[in-house]
Design a protein around this ligand. Structure first.
Ligand SMILES: [Zn+2]
Length: 218
């Protein structure tokens, strides 16, 4: 059976360590679309936080090598949000957003592990009138990029939580495969979330199993 790989990888981000490079890699790997404000050009540059703060994944210099100066200026004037670039002090806000969201999804999975699915959490991110989905072709036409965004007063922004619920949780529940969430385990040694092939398996890997037995014996 298919498994919610992006969700597991997301909750397994090491605590308090969310470097931009790792977040960028995560977005690229799962073809998550960041932004529609300059999305037509095909470069995914931003992650939004609900207070309309946009974290840019590119420095100002990188942006100006990608887009004509005029276009950047127009786009910054048009946007209501405050763009933050890597290196700015406030950019660390991205880490706290990311960390907070990781915590929320871990809480959801911890409940699943204790045999309870928090439907309220899932419903919070259900597609509503102002949440839209859009698929865009990527280099592999059978694996399109997923854009999920809120449309609010004509300003579009979206967040990673909508993506995770819509692509990693909802499809399983809709086709009656929600049971997969009851099979998720958390490795007692490295604290990673994983789905064991056999339910008897307690550790994520032989390495962690050996480390556990070594600790007991010494
Ligand atoms: Zn482990």
């Amino acid at each position: 059976m298919e498994s919610p790989d992006a969700l597991l990888e997301f909750v397994n981000f090491p605590d308090g360590d969310y470097p931009l490079s790792a977040i960028k890699k995560f977005y690229a790997k799962y073809k998550i679309f960041h932004s529609l404000s300059i999305g037509e050009v095909g470069v995914y540059t931003r992650m939004y936080e609900s207070r309309r703060v946009a974290f840019s994944f590119f420095s100002k210099d990188e942006l100006s090598s990608l887009f004509p100066r005029e276009e950047i200026r127009r786009w910054q004037e048009w946007a209501e949000y405050r763009p933050l670039f890597p290196g700015e002090v406030d950019f660390k806000g991205l880490e706290s957003c990311w960390g907070l969201t990781v915590c929320e999804f871990r809480t959801f999975l911890n409940k699943c592990i204790s045999n309870y699915i928090d439907l309220g959490f899932v419903n919070k991110f259900m597609p509503k009138e102002n949440v839209q989905f859009e698929l865009r072709p990527s280099h592999d036409i059978w694996k399109p990029t997923v854009a999920i965004f809120n449309e609010d007063d004509n300003n579009r922004y979206k967040t990673i939580d909508h993506y995770l619920v819509a692509t990693q949780i909802l499809p399983f529940l809709l086709r009656g495969d929600g049971e997969i969430f009851s099979r998720i385990r958390r490795c007692p040694v490295c604290k990673k979330y994983f789905i064991p092939k056999s339910l008897k398996k307690k550790f994520c890997s032989d390495k962690c199993r050996a480390a556990h037995h070594y600790a007991i014996e010494h």
